[in-house]
Design a protein around this ligand. Sequence first.
Ligand code: PAF
Length: 281
Amino acid sequence: MKTYATIAAFREALDTERHAGRAVGLVPTMGYLHDGHRSLMDAAVVANGVAALTIFVNPLQFAPTEDLSTYPRDLQRDLAMARSAGIGHVFTPDVAEMYPEAIATTVSVAGVSSALEGASRPTHFDGVATVVAKLFAIAGPCRAYFGEKDFQQLAVVRKMTSDLSLPVAVVGCPTVRESDGLAMSSRNVYLNDAERAAAPVLHRALRAGREAIEQGVRDAAAVRAVMAEVIAAEPLARLDYAEVVDAATFVVPAPLAGTLRLLVAVRFAKARLIDNIGVLA
Ligand code: PAF
């Protein structure tokens, strides 16, 4: 496994792999890797001749009030996990390498970016789309692996890749959960013991919403209320949003029909967690 701090060296390494006939799998991350990332790396390693990992905590996707300076980092542990997963190349640029001067060009994906995470964190998806576009431009033709845990991010990345005709196949991978249902996330580290015990409430709320739809509820407000009630019963959790949308368009269908996605965001004292599940109506 080789690591690269510069754009030029990482780009050259992946060009060399493709010239040798190997397809490239790319796993973009912000580091502090967990088993969710491991599943993305495994998928990239299995389906491609070589797999590459990027580790970059992207300042553009954090608002000034968010956790950029405290975002958890552990490069040595990340590299050990990448090595054991069979990753061939790791890109670990610093901010000066990625953004040597104030950036004047940003990528903004209208529509799918605006609701939910986009409403709660207005500049977030422009930051994500911009850095992912840069990473795709640096990596070149590849398959790129993203977790469904960030379902709206996945939709933003897919739309951006298709609109800009980038030579990348975006692959979504299922959410990996702890045994009590909590979706794995680097931000789970912000939870204290009591909050960690309370955090599976997100998954419980989503399952309650799904059950309502499976039992025939077709009114989005009623499904939202079912999920909100589950969250409200947990004193340490504060609901940010609970929503049900069409999985492709992020529009709320009335009545609920087709391939739907239930999504929730919940605040604890220091952590804001998101989760989602799918259901057919
Ligand atoms: O999901 C993440 O870790 C980040 O948002 C991503 C896609 C690596 C962009 O910084």
